[in-house]
Write a protein that binds this ligand. Structure first.
Ligand SMILES: N[C@@H](CCC(=O)N[C@@H](CS)C(=O)NCC(=O)O)C(=O)O
Length: 285
């Protein structure tokens, strides 16, 4: 129990001891002038291999694997712990200062796209792929895509924050969000007992949105919370996670803009399909 009583007016305690205290702040907008780099491909991605970033690199790699050469992309690293997301160039692409952010230079006017769900939908519509054409399946796909966007903040900002990052362990907060995350895993598990993929028969952007979050969680890779949440019990989520994890494009996508984990899993920036062979950290030459 805490004896904290909120004051009448909230004030910003810059050094609150939280893991992200150095970058979190209560105002939006740029803190410094920095232009974003632009590479040779039509699509310029500014990102980092967190689950929200991985969604988009998996989609781009899947599109390329299908033969959509127009999906070639440069993936620039945005170091959110160092405040790159508050540079003026980044804020012009995403006024919300969060990765991932995409610029499409393929048309007469450049197009900016922010929010990972919007980026997935934009790419699916642009290339006519991974969004079912049949109206019923398309609607189901969008339902699960938006389910992810609404649910993951309880997993990351709720459970992950209080279980792994908060400066003190607050039983009430951990209980509340652990319960919600287990409920979400059960929602997914029941859906995946009925169908192979979230939208139904077809692998789609809904799976690409959910897999980096709930697939990682199911494998005990998020917040060290696997045992606590008994993730192995969600058998259908486990099967679906393994199926997607076996896809070469998903394996490539999760490496892009990755600067943590096993050295051989990291490709800090991707500017060419050959970078996976020539620029992986372990074999960097
Ligand atoms: N709803 C957003 C969430 C994006 C997001 O939370 N990105 C995090 C990394 S996973 C970020 O950039 N954080 C930096 C910050 O909050 O300053 C999306 O899906 O694109």
């Amino acid at each position: 129990m805490s004896d904290y009583v909120p004051p009448a007016i909230w004030t910003w305690n810059k050094d609150n001891g939280g893991r992200f205290a150095s970058i979190n702040r209560p105002v939006a907008g740029a803190t410094h002038d920095t232009a974003l780099p632009v590479g040779k491909h039509p699509l310029q991605l500014y990102s980092l291999a967190t689950p929200n970033g991985v969604k988009v690199t998996v989609m781009l790699e899947e599109l390329l694997a299908l033969g959509h050469t127009g999906a070639e992309y440069d993936a620039w690293l945005i170091k959110i712990n160092e405040g790159d997301q508050f540079g003026s160039g980044f804020v012009a692409v995403n006024p919300n200062s969060k990765i991932p952010a995409l610029m499409d230079h393929s048309g007469t006017e450049p197009v900016r796209v922010f929010e990972s769900g919007a980026i997935l939908l934009y790419l699916a519509e642009k290339f006519g792929a991974f969004l079912p054409r049949d109206a019923k399946a398309r609607t189901e796909c969008l339902c699960w895509l938006f389910w992810q966007m609404g649910s993951a903040p309880y997993l990351g900002g709720g459970f992950g924050h209080f279980y792994a990052y908060a400066p003190s362990k607050i039983e009430y907060a951990i209980d509340r969000f652990a319960m919600e995350v287990k409920r979400q895993l059960d929602v997914l598990d029941r859906r995946l007992a009925e169908v192979p993929y979230l939208a139904g028969a077809e692998y789609s952007i809904a799976d690409m949105a959910v897999w980096p979050w709930y697939g990682s969680l199911a494998k005990g890779l998020l917040y060290g919370g696997g045992e606590f949440l008994q993730v192995q019990d969600y058998k259908n989520v486990q099967r679906w996670t393994d199926t997607i994890g076996a896809r070469p494009a998903a394996q490539r996508g999760r490496r892009v803009n990755r600067v943590f984990g096993e050295p051989e899993s990291q490709l800090a920036e991707r500017h060419d399909a050959r970078d996976f062979d020539t620029k992986m950290t372990a074999g960097a030459g």
